[in-house]
Ligand binder design. Structure first.
Ligand code: GAP
Length: 513
């Protein structure tokens, strides 16, 4: 991972320069917190989505997928609690007139305290050298302990105040911590107010008959309202899961950090329906299972941590996040929520339709409980991209920019490069592309010197380059260059497909689960 303070800026500009992510409608100066995926971004995103889908649906007999519509009957959102409770606490600064999420202001303050802890750790690591034990240092160093206690106390109080809807105390907390407006530096704040995050729209042509709708703020409700349809038509027995990927929309006020917090984004959610009373066991199961999925990508165990929610959402009896170390610190990547029977129970009440399951083993009808795993696809994309981007200093002092993407997720698996644009080399290279393209995403490139072409493929995250040279014409061998080690081996054309296929297949990741 690029370690400099400006690494995040590098990720954003790399994403644009190499066709991964563009600001939306950029020719009109863009639209805040809305982004488009370019030719390479869409492939990376699809590969992440496929990996998630296969890990959920293909590998588990008892998990099936659906694709529900974005528009849903408006009562859905009353039943789900989103009309009443899907709010952010907002505060305005009186001088700059800027609006902030009050909880984010406090969390940013806590992040500064946590940064001080990290500084102490780095200093100590330098002092103690190889013998440094970070865990021991953090649990015994008085300065670190004091910082940690301070951070914990603030977060606890914030959690409690939000849970009790005590917005006056949230404002008091901001004042006590002497938090000032990042723009004006002023500490003159308005009261904290709640703001609903759902986007509204209308269905129907005439003003009198049009129906008020919402763009779905989560994909989960499409699963809940289809619970019985799937259970009955699929003859599903509890426990079973329904998985879905799709767009969700939130009118985020503090929309920033690139694709980390967007107004239109994609979720990958799975609702696991279980008998009441088994939720603790399944909560632990899905925490472990999901972490394993993340770790299989090889992005470093130290870059993940669980964070238990202080403030539980209105539907949950337990919840945690899997946090990832983004360039701007540890932040939520995925949520694992024990949602009880809140959703099915509530839809039952609002619709008047029974959403129950007859359990032949217990010989009774009941409303199933639900364990949910919910991950933002765009956020996962950002985690993968930012972790992969490296600037390496090579032996001769030159640098190379390389995206060390997990091979199975890379947009292009292999680039075929004729050494020169003549002597029949392009023809042979093209015939290799024609052989490989049935199995994997393959590119052909003949422009510029071969060294420059390697660099370009490095920057795109292509794990392998095949170079066709004059020897290839004689002995039917080519060189296979590895993106990460930059080593090249001579390999026979007949072995090419077998050598690469396993290394770049999603199946290889799936087998690690
Ligand atoms: N159904 C539960 C649910 O939606 P959530 O914690 O609000 O829970 C789940 O969202 C995941 O969706 C988050 O962990 C995050 O990865 C992603 N997500 C949420 N809001 C997002 C946003 N504005 N932009 C990008 N991703 C977002």
């Amino acid at each position: 991972m690029v370690q400099q303070a400006d690494q995040f800026k590098k990720v954003i500009s790399h994403a644009k320069e190499y066709g991964f992510v563009f600001p939306s409608s950029e020719i009109y100066d863009g639209l805040s917190a809305v982004y488009d995926y370019g030719q390479n971004g869409v492939a990376l995103k699809k590969n992440i989505r496929d990996y998630w889908w296969k890990a959920m649906v293909q590998l588990n007999e008892n998990i099936v997928g659906i694709d529900a519509a974005i528009f849903m009957h408006p009562t859905t959102w009353k039943a789900s609690g989103h009309v009443d409770a899907f709010n952010d606490p907002l505060i305005d600064n009186k001088v700059s007139k800027k609006r902030y999420r009050a909880d984010v202001l406090v969390e940013d303050h806590v992040a500064k305290i946590e940064a001080k802890i990290e500084k102490e750790v780095v200093k100590a690591a330098k002092r103690f050298g190889v013998d440094f034990d970070e865990a021991q240092f953090k649990s015994t160093n008085p300065r670190v302990i004091a910082y940690q206690e301070k951070a914990n106390t603030i977060l606890k109080r914030l959690g409690k105040s939000l849970e009790k809807e005590d917005l006056a105390d949230v404002k008091l907390l901001i004042e006590e911590l002497e938090i000032s407006c990042p723009e004006s530096g002023s500490r003159e704040w308005t009261d904290v107010k709640q703001f609903n995050l759902m986007f509204g729209t209308k269905l129907g042509a005439s003003a009198d008959t049009a129906m008020d709708l919402y763009l779905r703020p989560e994909t989960a409700q499409g699963i809940f309202v289809n619970f019985l349809n799937v259970q009955k038509t699929g003859r599903m027995k509890l426990p079973f899961g329904i998985a879905q990927t799709g767009k969700a929309f939130r009118n985020e006020i503090v929309a920033r950090q690139f694709i980390f917090r967007m107004r239109e984004f994609e979720q990958m959610e799975m609702q696991f329906f279980i008998p009441p009373g088994t939720q603790k066991q399944w909560y632990e199961h899905w925490k472990k299972t999901r972490l394993k999925w993340h770790l299989s990508l090889g992005m470093g165990e130290e870059n993940y941590r669980f964070h238990d929610h202080e403030k539980l959402a209105h539907y949950a009896d337990a919840a945690c996040d899997i946090e990832f170390k983004f360039p701007f610190g540890f932040k939520e990547l995925e949520g694992i929520h024990s949602r009880t029977d809140f959703d099915l129970g509530s839809h039952q009440t609002f619709s008047g339709k029974k959403l129950q399951y007859f359990d032949p083993e217990r010989n009774e009808n009941y409303t199933p409980y639900v364990l949910e795993t919910s991950i933002g696809l765009d956020r996962m994309f950002l985690a993968v991209l930012s972790h992969a981007l490296e600037e390496e200093t090579l032996e001769e002092g030159a640098t190379r920019t390389v995206l060390k993407l997990p091979a199975a997720l890379a947009p292009t698996k292999v680039a075929v490069l004729p050494l020169v644009k003549k002597d029949g080399l392009p023809e042979l290279a093209r015939s290799i592309v024609d052989d490989l393209k049935w199995k994997m995403a393959t590119a052909y490139d003949e422009k510029d010197a071969v060294g420059r072409r390697y660099r370009r493929q490095d920057a795109l995250g292509t794990p392998y380059c095949i170079t066709v040279d004059h020897q290839s014409l004689e002995d039917k061998t080519v060189t296979l260059r590895d993106r990460d080690s930059m080593t090249q081996e001579r390999i026979s054309l007949s072995d090419l497909q077998n050598t690469i296929t396993d290394k770049v297949a999603i199946e290889t990741l799936l087998k690690k689960l």
